[in-house]
Design a protein around this ligand. Structure first.
Ligand code: BGC
Length: 497
């Protein structure tokens, strides 16, 4: 037996013997995450410009479930010191938060920098460092400055350059202290929800066309930010730059070949759409994606593929533009093959042609799309390992939705399951995962669901002008995991009421 197999077998046996008592590696990092629009408030404070979520929630309050908006949200614009106290209490290694582009560059363009925006993030970053917490900063978590939407938003290829300008300013201003940068949070959501399904701002419905245009700009924008960092800032600042992609695990619904193929197609055309150009050896979109969309476009009588192509130079520019793979993962789906007629309306879903369902036996959450399937995370991490040559992965979001209860046992159970699956992926399967981030530090503005769904380790009282924060059972649970680097067995130990 080979040595590596023997070691795996021994670890497996100790899992059987000691259950969950195995530990996360010494240098493994734990954190929590938030995003600017979801927590900051201060939507027009001290020179901040309007963004697409301000516009959507003000013009169409009825498009948000509870007709609310992020004007005040958790009021972190004023209460950031309390946030840092909570982070300190949790004992996290790092805090992932995002910059509001419009707070720094009110018009989106780099011709004017808003001093108050710079002051706000300097204060936050300095306070984090004073408390021994590393800042992990996302440049773009969905809140595009409205003036950039007026010129078309992400389907406009010029936005790649404007994003680079913005990234450069952020590196210049904060890069002496920020060592981990995420260019984009969840490109699939930016382009699919924003430009295909009409689900997120700016709520356009151009599936199979607008989403692919958006995707091309976004991949180039990411690579521009990566390269400008590499060239101008990395030598002195010595930080890391990556991108965060969200992915489900697509489990074949049956073991019929066509369902197995459908599940793989789903992985390639959703996660692979973004990851293949950056993380694969060959670069560019996955072959299957280029072929299917190319063939369908021909059959639909388009003059060229609806998937805009990259030039050879662009392929090389994007390929390898990463220091780590940021991964957001919440849940899994059962996938089967679906035949969609060629004359059906153009859409990304027609291009993928799969049926997605969730097993009614999976434990539910308050969000219809989020079922508790811990083994899906392990399979997903193994897929990434195999597909992209085991890159360093930072799990930048993972979390559970409920209605805000303080004794949030559903969240405890979720965290326990997913962290166990993660531990197995690291120790048994050799997946190169370096960090885990729980979404979210506190309850916040859950986009089109408003304040109806809660993901926080801390409860926030949104009817109290002081936006008081109270720790939930899961905060204690997560804190204990961070401090012991292992997973508690007994959920009852952590009741806070
Ligand atoms: C997003 C967060 C969101 C969370 C829960 C992720 O897709 O990055 O902003 O709150 O999911 O829906």
């Amino acid at each position: 037996m080979e040595m590596s197999h023997l070691i795996s077998l021994l670890i497996l046996l100790s899992f059987e013997t000691f259950g969950d008592s195995l530990r996360f590696p010494k240098n493994f990092k734990f954190g929590v995450a938030t995003a600017s629009y979801q927590i900051e408030g201060g939507w027009n404070a001290s020179g901040k410009g309007e963004n697409i979520w301000d516009r959507l929630t003000h013009e169409h309050p009825d498009w948000v479930k509870d007709h609310q908006n992020g004007d005040v949200a958790c009021d972190s614009y004023h209460l950031w010191k309390q946030d840092v106290e909570m982070l300190k209490y949790l004992n996290v290694t790092f805090y992932r938060f995002s910059l509001s582009w419009s707070r720094i560059l009110p018009s989106g363009f780099s011709n004017y920098i808003n001093p108050d925006g710079v002051r706000y993030y300097n204060d936050l970053i300095n306070e984090l460092l004073k408390n021994g917490i590393e800042p992990m900063v996302t440049l773009y978590h969905w809140d595009l400055p409205q003036p950039l939407q007026e010129v078309g938003g992400w389907p406009n290829p010029l936005l790649a350059k404007y994003f680079e300008d913005y990234a450069k300013i952020a590196f210049e201003l904060f890069g002496d202290r920020v060592k981990t940068w995420i260019t984009f949070n969840e490109p699939p959501e930016v382009c699919e929800s924003g430009y295909a399904e009409g689900a997120n701002a700016p709520c356009y419905k151009s599936s199979g066309i607008g989403d692919y245009m958006c995707g091309k700009t976004l991949l180039l924008a990411h690579a521009r930010a990566y390269h400008i960092y590499d060239k101008l800032y990395r030598p002195k600042q010595k930080g890391k730059v990556g991108i965060t992609i969200d992915a489900i695990w697509a489990e074949p619904k049956t073991n019929r070949i066509k369902d197995i193929k459908a599940a793989e197609r789903q992985m390639q055309m959703d996660l692979g759409w973004w990851a293949h150009p950056i993380f694969s050896k060959s670069g560019d979109y996955p072959e299957i994606m280029k072929n299917r969309i190319g063939n369908l476009s021909k059959a639909e009588n388009f003059s060229s593929s609806r998937l805009p192509q990259f030039t050879e130079n662009e392929i090389r520019f994007i390929q390898g533009s990463f220091d780590f793979f940021g991964l957001n993962h919440y849940s899994s789906w059962l996938v089967s093959d679906l035949k969609i007629p060629v004359n059906a309306p153009v859409s990304h879903w027609k291009d993928v042609s799969v049926l997605m369902q969730q097993d009614p036996k999976w434990k539910p959450s308050a969000a219809t799309w989020l079922k508790v399937v811990p083994w899906g995370l392990r399979k997903l991490l193994n897929w990434i390992k195999k597909e992209y040559n085991n890159p360093p992965v930072y799990i930048t979001e993972n979390g559970f939705a409920d209605f805000g209860e303080l004794n949030d046992f559903g969240r405890l159970d979720y965290l326990k399951g997913y962290l166990n699956a993660l531990l197995k992926a690291i120790l048994l399967d050799g997946c190169n995962v370096k960090a885990y981030t729980c979404w979210s530090l506190m309850d916040n503005m859950e986009w089109r669901d408003g304040y109806t769904l809660k993901f926080g380790l801390y409860y926030v009282n949104f009817t109290n002008p002081k936006r008081t924060r109270t720790e939930k059972a899961s905060a204690e649970f997560y804190k204990t995991i961070i401090e012991t680097r292992t997973i508690l067995e007994d959920l009852e130990q952590v009741i806070v009421l």
